[in-house]
Design a protein around this ligand. Sequence first.
Ligand code: 0X9
Ligand code: ZN
Length: 321
Amino acid sequence: YDAVPGDDKEQYTETYDRILADYPEIAKKRVTGTTYGGREIVALQITRGATGADIPGRPAVLYNALQHAREWLAGETCRRTLNYFTKHYGKGTSAGLEVTRLVNRTELWFVCVNNPDGYEFTFTPGNRLWRKNLRDNDGDGVIGPGDGVDPNRNFADHWGMDAEGSSADPASETYRGPAPASEPETIAMEALFEEIHPVFQKNDHTAAELLLYPQGFQQDTPTADHEIFTALAGDPFKPGIPGFLPELSAGLYITNGDFTGWAYNSQRTLSFTPEGTAAEDPAVSGFEYPDSPLQVAQEFQRHLPFALDLAHTSRHPARPT
Ligand code: 0X9
Ligand code: ZN
């Protein structure tokens, strides 16, 4: 992997600023919300003549990560995808020709840090494995174990439908929040969808080497788009992301109020949740960032064909490839 200045040596805000400065003809920033901590939730639009708003007639694809604060590798995969699309744009190489065509015809949107408060919090002592956002549930002015909402249980789709798929307990890692879409991170995503109506979205998490597709709230009946999901996610012998077992979300475990379910059920956005790799030895910790730069690079390389597939297919999503 040929590294760009960015990658994991930059802050995400630095990556975004660098891309906005270096590729002004294809990159625009859109602020979709503000967190409890006052941080911007940023979406970067990559498309020819980017305006920061939807361009009629151009299909949109959303790549996003770090709903869960500790899942650093998922954010890095998103960032490298963003770097890939920008650094190859306008080049005469085979990657360049492919990327240029996609960027000219498609709106590629990146929200690599869905949960900036939580992500920042994972850099403070003792909080490396924080998952949720930073809602102060008990209102004591300090963030502790009883605080935070799981951004991936707060969406207004089958929200709180049962106790298996999310929790009403503020101390739980899957606390759904006080009401559907109560959180700034959720509202920011709703606002972005209202603008861009993505055909596909890739919601990166770690760490299980799975490629999940809807539904998460039940597994009794398949979705109307099951064939599209499985065409792209592949099968165990030829997975859409090498080494990632394609699976129905609910087959892993039941969730409600999750982003992928909301995006599909209420927005008709064809949605995938890759659960990436995190450590060579999963027994160490499923959420640690790999020590090996090679492993980080390989993770991105495994995701890339799938990320490109979504962009290619977004023009004709009903045609299984
Ligand atoms: O629980 C989650 O939000 C995701 N897993 S993680 O370990 N990254 O927290 C999985 C969500 C996928 N949906 C279902 N399994 N239903
Ligand atoms: Zn996660």
